[in-house]
Structure formats: C-alpha cells, structure tokens
Design a protein around this ligand. Structure first.
Ligand code: SAM
Length: 332
C-alpha cells in the first residue's frame, strides 16, 4: 500500500484511494458521495478558506478524510467533522488518532447538528469585529447543499448555531450552476432568489471550479468552490422569513415585470391597491424585471412590505401558492 508524504504533525498515512479500496467504500448515491482525491485539489480547496493555522474548523461530510488530512496538516487547534455514513469509521478514527487529540468525530446529520458549542468560548468575536479564526469547510453532498446553505443563512441572520461565535466564514462546494447563481450580479441570467438571499447576508466569492472528472465517481456536473463571509451589517434589514417570502414571490414570474410577482404577496381583494402602495412606498419601478432589482431595492421593498404588514398583520401568513392562501410554515 502506498503512503502519502509526511505532512506536518501527522504520521504517514495510507493514501485515501487505498483506504477506499481496503474498506470497499463504494460511493452511496443517496448520500451524494463524490470523493475528491487529487491532493492538489484538496489542498487548493482548503487554501480557499484562507489562513486556518491555530484556528478551529468544522468539516462537513469528511468521507474517507481527503480534505480532513489537509486541514489537520495546516496545524489547526481543533477540528470537528460531521459525517452521516458510519462506514467511514475506520479511516476517520485512524485520522483522529494520528491528529494527537485535535480531531473529534460527530456521527450524524449536519442538517440537524447544532454547532453552538462546537468551538471554545475564547475563540468568539463580536459580530462587528473581524471574523474569528473559526472555519466551516466541506465538499458538500449535492443533495443537501442548497437546503443546508439556506438553513445556515437563516442562522447567520439570527446569529445562532455556529454564528454565536461571530462572523464565521464558510468554504463549501456546490454544483457549478448553483455557485454561479449565488454570486450572480444584477441583470445577469443567473440572478435569482438565492442570489438575493446569499448576497444580502454575506460577502460571497466563487473561488474556482473543479471539473466533474476530478471526482470519484464522476458526477454529471462541474463543482464550484464558494467562500462566504457574513456581513457585519446585512444589506436587507428584515427577518429572514420575510426576505425569503418577498424574494420568492418577486422571482415567481422571472421574465415579467417585478410588479407581477409582488402582486402575489396580496390576496385578490386588495392586490392592485396594495401592490401600487408597496411600489410607491419602496420607490421602486414596477416595470423592472426581478433580475434587474438591486439588493438595495429589495431592502426598500421589504421595508415597505413590513409597513403594510403592520396595518394588515394576517397578511404575514398569506401564501398565494397554498390552497386557502395561508402558509402555516410562516407561523414558526
Ligand atoms: N469530503 C469527502 C471528499 O471530499 O472526498 C467526501 C465528500 S462527499 C461529496 C459528501 C460526504 O458527505 C460523504 O462522506 C457523505 O457520506 C456525507 N454526507 C451526506 N449527507 C450528509 C449529511 N446529511 N450529514 C453529514 N454528512 C453527510
């Protein structure tokens, strides 16, 4: 069995490809397992997180540990990994042992795992300070990447979960198309609800693209590596659910004037009048297309919608898509 060269603070370890063969770790499709084995690419992905030395890291979905060993080799103080698939116990435990007590393993679903207590108290920073030396890194499974980032954006807006520690940055992978949507500029073809949800809360960069053929097994798409730094002041000053609802409704008629999507915020009995009022209060041109609206204009629409909600509180639960017009999920 071949060994990887001695890397800082880790004893020589079997190569990840050998571990996958040794433990017959074939990818499970339901868990979106696509392994990244090329050391140049794993190193490049970890470098996209910036300086992590002496820091604290959470890695999502370590699998057989190809990124994990790069993270450990950068002399981090502590690394916690969250993995759902227990078949990876032997290679991950081998790494934890080699790490000299720096690595812990959580067996579970990252979607429900809370990172509030994952990092030490002394690593916390105030929200308006520079980001703490805490990092979330992961070659995410495709099937949970979008729900996970939406969940974490909500946590960022509430400064909960990992973000009780300050503006913790994230370096994560997505299908290239999703990465492009997240960074899409005003007026671009890719601009969508996700662009608004990400960009009003984070400074976001599409760092580089990894061709699908670099993964084992090879997915049908290329993969974008995206870096997020939460903003000290969100660009839209409104609760996450409200922003999400406004963005969803606005983009529900992507090629039409934004007025058309905004109308769906209101039941038919008050639709024309309140849409007119909304646009007037927000000082937004209703004939702009949704993808032509700036985040500042979305902010003004959200402020105007909040003013209308003060007068008609039951509208908060109004959802034009549900049968009776009311979305119960908005109650929670
Ligand atoms: N980090 C490894 C690499 O780059 O080779 C594996 C990446 S693979 C794309 C995604 C990993 O996430 C797999 O190990 C998979 O078992 C794990 N995973 C899938 N769903 C998960 C979930 N809900 N919570 C935690 N881990 C999950």
């Amino acid at each position: 069995m071949s060994t990887v060269p001695l890397i800082s603070r880790l004893p020589p370890l079997p190569a990840v490809r050998d571990l996958l063969n040794l433990y017959r770790l074939q990818a499970v499709k339901q868990l979106s397992q696509n392994f990244l084995i090329d050391p140049k690419l794993t190193s490049k992905l970890v470098s996209a997180a910036g300086k992590i030395t002496n820091g604290y890291v959470c890695e999502v979905g370590p699998g057989a540990g190809s990124l994990t060993r790069v993270i450990l080799s950068r002399n981090v103080n502590k690394l916690v990994v969250v993995e759902k698939d227990k078949r990876f116990q032997p290679p991950l435990e081998m790494l934890a042992e080699a790490s000299g007590d720096r690595m812990s393993i959580v067996w579970g679903d990252v979607l429900s795992h809370n990172l509030t207590n994952a990092f030490p108290e002394e690593s916390k920073r105030d929200w308006t300070d520079q980001p703490p030396n805490i990092h979330i890194i992961g070659n995410l499974p495709f099937n949970i990447a979008t729900p996970l980032i939406i969940r974490w954006l909500k946590a960022i807006s509430e400064r909960s979960n990992a973000w009780v520690h300050g503006r913790v940055p994230m370096t994560l992978t997505f299908q290239k198309e999703v990465a492009e949507r997240m960074v899409a500029k005003i007026g671009s073809r890719e601009r969508c609800r996700l662009s608004v949800m990400v960009q009003h809360l984070c400074y976001v960069e599409h760092k580089f693209t990894i061709p699908g053929k670099a993964f084992v097994p090879k997915p049908n798409v290329d993969v974008g590596v995206v870096h997020f730094t939460p903003l000290a002041t969100p660009k839209i000053q409104a609760p996450f659910k409200l922003v999400e609802k406004v963005a969803r409704n606005t983009f529900s008629f992507r090629q039409k004037y934004c007025r058309r999507g905004l109308e769906t915020l209101f039941p038919s009995s008050m639709r024309d009048e309140q849409t007119h009022k909304l646009l007037q209060l927000a000082d937004v041109d209703g004939t702009l297309r949704p993808f032509e609206l700036s985040i500042e204009e979305f902010n003004r629409i959200c402020q105007a919608y909040s003013i209308i909600l003060e007068k008609y509180p039951s509208l908060e639960r109004y959802d034009s898509r549900s049968e009776d017009g009311f979305d119960d999920t908005l109650l929670h």
